[in-house]
Every structure is written in C-alpha cells, then in structure tokens.
Design a protein around this ligand. Structure first.
Ligand code: ARG
Length: 570
C-alpha cells in the first residue's frame, strides 16, 4: 500500500474509529480523474456503522484539513474523493524509483516463505500445444511476480513422461523409428511415429496388443524398454530446454510423472488402510458425491495407476521435500475438475496443507496454428514471429537507424526475435487469464494497438530521449513542473506499481501487470504528443528527464516481469 492510501485510511480511521487496516482495501481510483485521485466509497462503512452512506461521506469530508500528501477532499454521493498534494507525491515517487531502480516495487511480504509454481508440463511424444505455451508464459510471469513480493520461488515442470502411451511410442518407434531423426528432431520424430501408430492401429488389434506388452515390460523394468523410454525422455527434455531458453526460462525440477511411479503401491496401501478407497466395478475409487464431484479414480481394473494418483504422490513428495507456503498449478481450464478432485482427496487424507494448493486455470488460445495445425512447434512460431517482426520493424520501427539498416544484421535479428516473442507473450497475458484469447498475427504485431511491440516501443522512446540528454540525471529538480495534469497522470501511474504487483500476486493475475504497463505506455505517448522533454528551459527539461527515466524503468520492470525483453532500440 502506498503512502497516499495509508494517509486516506488513517484519516478515515480517525473520523470513524475503525482500524486503518480494514479501510485501505476499499480505497479505489475513480474512473474519471475529474472526481479526484482516489476515492473512498462509504457503502461498507455505512453497513458497519448503520448510517446512510451519503451522510457519512459528507460528515467525513467536512472534517478534512490538508495534511502531508492529501491536499483536498470532497464528498460526492456516497464517495469521499481525495486529491493528492502533487508536488510532494511526485518527489516521493520519482526519488523512490531513482534510488531503488530495478528493485522498485519489491516487497518483503514473502520473506522466508517458499512458493512452488508448476507450469508448462508438456507430454513427451504428444504435441506441445498452445495451452502448454500459455502455461509456460503465464507460469513464468507468476514466478517473477512472486519473486518481487519476496518469496522464494521454485519452478517445477511436471513432465508427462509416464503412462500407457509409452507402450505405444515404443511399439511405433521399433517399427518405424529412425535413430538419426530422433537425434536431430526428437519432438517431431516421436510425434510422427506416435501419430502413425494411431492411424495404423485403428484396424490392427495386434498393434494394441504389442503396445500393452511393451508398457507392461516398461513397468516391470525390462532393460530394453527402460533404455528406449529413457532415451526418448532425455532428448525431449534437451529440446524443451532449448525452447525454454529462447523465452529465458529455466526450471528447478523436471521430475515428471514417472518419478512418482515407485511411490504408488505404498500410497495406495495407505489410502486403503485409511478407509478412503472403495471398490467400484473392479476399480478403486474415492467417492466424492458428498462434495458434488464424480469419484476420483485411483486404481484401474487392470491395476494400472492414473494421472490423478501420480499427482497425489507428487503433492505429498513436494510437501515433504520443500514444505511450501503455497503450491500453484498453472494448467488450463479443462483440468479444473481434476484439480478439485486432487485437492479434495488430499484434504480427506488429512493433509492440512491441501489448503495451500491453488489451481491457476486459464482459457484457450484460439486461432494460433502453423502449417502443422493446432500443434505448436515453438521453434516454428518463433521463426514466423521473427520473420514477421523484421518486416514490421522495417516499415514502422521507431528507431530510424534500425529501419535504415545501420544496425548490424545480427542485432536486427535479435530485435526481431524479441519483438516477435514479445507480441506472443503480451497477447497471452493481456486478457484476464480465465478468458480465451484470440491469436492473430497481424493484430498482435501492430505498433498501434494494445500490443507487446507497442509497449516495447514506448520503452525504446524513453531510451532514445535518455541517450540524447547530455546532462546528468538528478533528483534535485523542481517538482512543481510535474504538477500539471499530463505529467501528474504519469506520476500517479508510476506510483501504483507496488499496488498492482500486490493485486497481481493475490489474484494470480499477470494481466493486471500487462494492462498497467499498456496504460503507462499510452499515457507516456500521449504526453510526448503534447510536450517536449529535451530542449525546453532547463528547469522543465531536468524535471521531465527524471520523469522519463522513471517511466523507462517502470516499463522495463513490467516487461521483464512478463518475460518480454526491454529493448533499447527497435
Ligand atoms: N501434462 C499435463 C497435460 O499436458 C499437464 C500436467 C499438469 N500438472 C499436473 N500436476 N497434473 O495435460
């Protein structure tokens, strides 16, 4: 919470006798700034104090006298509207950004607490689809957000590296596979042979038979089966890592479903012993109808264990190993029920920590396809993004040097890659996560719309101004210069970052950062359309340079949180 909100809460608290901690959450920013900089709605207060909200608002406002950061206060209906003492707030905010630099907006809320964030989690031999990509992008942003809140974050990749399909993959590979291709393009090759299996097994029962036999061998530890599986897994992980590194992402653990295999018999015994399991048509389930859910299937008739069972083992293991304050699963909306069942079963097993588990679900990505269809080969998407971005930059780039080719070809490639990826990332994160997103190349790469490149471009504009400023940036400026509407709009936004970060962590909602960053970029562009930073009289230029530096730093912080490169030129 920033000092202005604190001051408002303190003031209301003095007038009403309620604790400031209960009040500050209600402070909001009015839709239209003509009402004020902040508003305090009296509705809830009215309930607690059993008085009409309008009367309360009027009485509170009448008592106001300018103090510190608050300059003015008026009642409008049920709202008490406040104005900030502009000069003073400009000084607080800009000095803070100046001295804290990249750590501006950090908090120590999470100090000494560990958060596990599980994301991406693709399946070996199955397609890495747009949902995995969105999970990867969103998970990474959440990691950054929680780190900024002071938590120790562990990044987990729960690879889909076990299950019946591995019998199929082995069968397919033994028939049609090719070691060379496996080495050079593992994901594509495995997917190819696996798809062929599906095709040919439609009317070939023998193939299914063979696959079942191979999976049995794999589970029993047959050395050939294990060796093949191990090979598939290792080279797929290598390729995943290459893709992640393009996005600047690393994981602390790749322990996937297979890792928990050995723990399952004991787990099932324990669950049986605790009387949690019930037999149903030869299978073993945890009945959940009391909780309005279908039963959780723990062990199938053929004794095969399941995705859910492995998730139970994984949660137990992770808690023992890491004793987390929170564990977050970043997985699409279609698995909502799966996680509800998982959390409920863990609760029934008596684990108090099941309350620390969170499913951060997200909507579909519509319309992203490459030549190969729904399946995303991240490399293809990146290649396409780079090509398209190169064209866009040539036509539209802010930086003339980049446009007319004074920048070395290699740097241009890097810029194009950062712009292309930035476009994809921003598009995935700009909408509230549970909503579906549309993917449209033309739109996401536009420099004018609500896009990643638009935000990167605003950062580039700041960099350009700062490069051209010959003097030294200092905080001993005349803050009065920054008290005009347009400047102060920027100051206000800059001052909100800590609050936005808090909410983004609380709601697991990276879109709050994306939207905040976009609005900051738009406000800054609006400012530049009407005012000059450089070449004004010294007093104005000095103050605006400090402001520009603040905007640049905050844009860079937001871009980095989202996983987008803060370019200096484009
Ligand atoms: N591999 C799964 C899939 O692609 C996602 C795993 C999600 N995480 C989990 N703990 N179940 O659908």
């Amino acid at each position: 919470m920033n000092e202005v909100i604190q001051a408002i809460a303190d003031f209301i608290s003095r007038e009403t006798g309620l604790a400031p901690e209960e009040l500050h959450r209600w402070v909001e920013v009015p839709r239209d700034s003509q009402w004020g900089d902040y508003a305090f709605p009296c509705f809830l207060l009215a309930k607690t104090l059993r008085r009409p909200p309008q009367n309360l608002a009027r009485e509170v406002a009448m008592k106001f006298k300018p103090v510190g950061l608050l300059s003015d206060c008026t009642a409008a209906g049920a709202y008490v509207n406040f104005r900030i003492q502009r000069e003073a707030w400009a000084e607080v905010v800009l000095k803070r950004i100046f001295f804290k630099d990249t750590s501006y907006g950090q908090s120590s809320e999470g100090e000494g607490k560990r958060v596990l964030i599980e994301f991406s989690s693709p399946n070996i031999a199955k397609p890495f689809h747009v949902g995995h990509l969105r999970s990867t992008i969103m998970g990474n942003a959440l990691c950054q957000i929680f780190e900024r809140r002071g938590y120790q974050v562990l990044r987990l990749n729960h690879l889909g590296d076990w299950g019946k399909q591995f019998g199929e993959v082995i069968t397919a590979f033994k028939r049609w596979g090719n070691l060379d291709q496996l080495e050079t393009q593992p994901l594509k090759h495995l997917l190819e042979v696996y798809s062929r299996f599906h095709h040919e097994s439609e009317d070939d029962e023998a193939l299914h038979e063979e696959a079942r036999a191979w999976f049995k061998k794999l589970e029993e530890g047959n050395s050939e089966a294990r060796a093949l599986w191990g090979r598939f897994r290792a080279i797929s992980v290598e390729e995943f890592k290459r893709l992640y590194s393009l996005l600047g992402i690393t994981f602390d653990s790749y322990e996937g479903e297979s890792f928990y295999q050995d723990r399952l018999p004991a787990l099932i015994d324990r669950m049986r012993g605790a009387g949690l399991l019930e037999e149903s048509q030869g299978a073993w389930i945890v009945p959940l109808e009391t909780y309005q859910m279908p039963p959780a299937l723990i062990l199938k008739k053929d004794e095969a264990t399941l995705y859910l069972t492995r998730d139970i083992a994984a949660a137990e293991y992770r808690f023992q190993k890491w004793n987390f304050a929170k564990m977050i699963y970043v997985v699409g909306v279609p698995q909502k029920l799966h996680f509800q069942q998982l959390f409920k079963v863990l609760d029934l097993m008596g684990y108090e920590w099941s309350k620390r588990l969170v499913h951060v679900d997200f909507g579909h990505v519509l319309g992203m396809s490459t030549r190969r269809g729904e399946v995303v080969f991240l490399q293809d998407v990146v290649d396409e993004a780079v090509q398209r971005a190169e064209r866009v930059i040539e036509e539209r780039g802010e930086d003339k040097e980049a446009r007319i080719g004074k920048i070395a070809a290699e740097e241009r490639k890097n810029i194009a890659r950062a712009v292309g990826l930035g476009a994809i990332i921003f598009n995935d994160l700009r909408t509230k996560r549970t909503k579906d997103v549309e993917f449209d190349w033309e739109r996401i790469l536009g420099f004018e719309g609500a896009t990643g490149p638009y935000c990167q471009n605003a950062h580039v504009r700041c960099c350009g101004i700062m490069r051209k400023y010959p003097g030294e940036v200092t905080v001993t400026v005349d803050y009065g210069v920054l008290a005009c509407d347009e400047e102060f709009d920027l100051i206000k936004r800059l001052g909100e970052l800590p609050e936005v970060l808090r909410r983004a962590a609380e709601e697991y909602e990276p879109s709050l950062i994306a939207v905040y960053m976009l609005e900051l970029a738009m406000t800054f562009n609006g400012f530049l359309a009407r005012h000059r930073v450089l070449g004004e009289e010294k007093r104005a230029t000095q103050a605006r340079v400090l402001l520009t530096q603040g905007v640049k730093r905050v844009l860079a912080i937001c871009l980095r949180i989202l996983g987008i490169e803060a370019l200096e030129r484009m």
